[in-house]
Design a protein around this ligand. Structure first.
Ligand SMILES: *Cc1c(COP(=O)(O)O)cnc(C)c1O
Ligand SMILES: [Zn+2]
Length: 433
């Protein structure tokens, strides 16, 4: 059954009879009503979020392990499970980031086996947002949009700006005006229209919902959200394939809106349903910053609902006080016997340094949140010491230098003289003796 379309003029082409790839419809998460595959994101009956539904019987026939392994090493090797009708046209090189066996970090955290899924080196803008944006922009082009936009905590703005530039699309990115300098410059450089809003992300988001209704643009995380969010599943597919086609026992995921966490779970479930991995127990854990922890606070209290907060944390990429998918993230953690926790700004900095010093990976604040929470969950036994876990590192430290500036010591300066260098070493030996 298809719902009534709103009257607002929208540029998308409505070709109900044409092919939609492996997508069947948009479907309400609450009541299951189906909607056409247009730029729309809420159910008109109960305001439930819409999600892409697929034809898994057809997918099963073409998406075998052998087929996947024969394709280029990008997220598009799982193309049947991503919500576009034709071939990808934006971000064709995105994904298939390294899964690092992190033995030195494992030792430091006291766990038997540990991996880092390193989206700090995702192409082209060094965060996991390149996954969701390549899907959203490819789909936006299919629907006939020429202007794309987003409400962002930073990384999404960077990725929309860069990918829109390379696709020749016009872009508007809306950010809280107090973001890190690195995140702002990394949007401006691509020639995007960058609009700083004097307010929190939640206020930026509310404004964008109004703008999206009025201007007929493809807002990747508003009216295009059902397609956009599906891009996150590719991280789960890659983790499972890189582990040799199996699910990890534990996955630790940073949470802003909570979308990535729910989609990693959906990705694992789909692989199981398609017979690409064996059915096995897998626990999904959520990580937040204490200064913006509506989901982890609710999880620790055993609640099904979160209470909105006003963010105050150095982890600005995760600073969403009213997380759109918080309710569903709590459900995933309940269903998988996962846990959540949060870490302070000091713990975030310590964890960024720990990851850098043990594995040579410089993560942004969100990576510090995930590593810091993994440490806590292992220490308290919610992730058992004799188990195996994957930590999702989702962004690059070069974009949040402000967060660690002044916390890493300073270079020791000497004149270009061998004597001075030897004197410096001798002094150090004395200090260390
Ligand atoms: C956006 C973002 C996330 C998580 O986002 P969700 O809204 O929970 O999907 C995690 N890490 C980084 C670095 C991000 O930019
Ligand atoms: Zn509904």
């Amino acid at each position: 059954m298809f719902g009534r379309r709103s009257d607002a003029a929208r540029p998308e082409k409505l070709f109900m009879s044409e092919h939609h790839g492996f997508m069947k419809a948009l479907k309400c998460r609450e009541c299951g009503r189906e909607y056409p595959l247009t730029a729309t994101h809420v159910c008109e009956f109960d305001f439930g979020p819409l999600e892409v539904a697929y034809d898994y019987d057809r997918i099963k026939k073409s998406l075998t392990r052998a087929a996947i392994e024969s394709r280029p090493k990008t997220m598009w090797r799982y193309r049947e499970l991503l919500p576009i009708a034709g071939e990808p046209t934006v971000g064709r090189q995105v994904g298939f980031t390294p899964l690092i066996k992190a033995d030195r970090l494992a030792k430091a955290l006291g766990i038997r086996e540990l991996y880092v899924k390193n989206d700090a080196v995702n192409y082209p803008t060094l965060s996991f947002k390149d996954r969701v944006v390549s899907v959203a922009l490819s789909r936006s082009k299919e629907l006939g949009f020429d202007t794309v936009a987003c409400a962002s905590t930073g990384n999404l703005a960077n990725s929309v700006a860069a990918n829109a530039a390379s696709a020749g699309l016009k872009s508007y990115v809306f950010i809280p005006s107090d973001l890190e300098q690195g995140k702002i410059l990394n949007s401006l450089i691509y020639g995007a229209n960058v609009i700083g809003i004097k307010g929190h992300y939640d206020e930026v988001n509310r404004l964008c919902a109004e703008i999206a209704g009025k201007f007929g643009w493809a807002f990747v995380n508003v009216n295009m959200r059902p397609y956009y969010a599906e891009g996150s599943k590719s991280m789960a597919y890659e983790i499972a394939e890189q582990l040799g086609w199996r699910l990890p026992q534990h996955t630790i995921v940073p949470m802003a809106s909570g979308s990535l966490l729910t989609k990693i779970h959906k990705g694992y479930q789909e692989l199981t349903k398609l017979g690409l991995v064996a059915n096995s127990e897998t626990h999904i854990h959520g990580a937040q910053a204490t200064g913006c922890s509506p989901i982890s606070v609710a999880q620790k209290a055993g609640l099904d609902f979160f209470k909105p907060v006003k963010p105050d944390t150095i982890a600005k990429s995760l600073a969403i006080g009213t997380p759109a998918d918080g309710f569903y993230a709590l459900k995933v953690m309940r269903d998988t016997n996962g846990a959540a926790d949060d870490v302070t700004d000091d713990e975030i900095r310590d964890a960024i340094k720990l990851l850098a010093e043990t594995e040579g990976i410089f993560a942004e604040t969100a990576g510090g949140v995930t590593v810091g929470v993994a440490k806590k969950l292992i220490a308290c036994g919610k992730i058992p010491k004799d188990s195996s876990a994957v930590i999702c590192v989702t962004g690059n430290g070069l974009k949040t230098l402000d967060a660690v500036n002044g916390y890493c010591g300073k270079p020791r300066e000497i004149k270009p003289s061998l004597r001075e260098f030897e004197a410096l070493l001798a002094q150090e030996e004395k200090v260390n003796a």
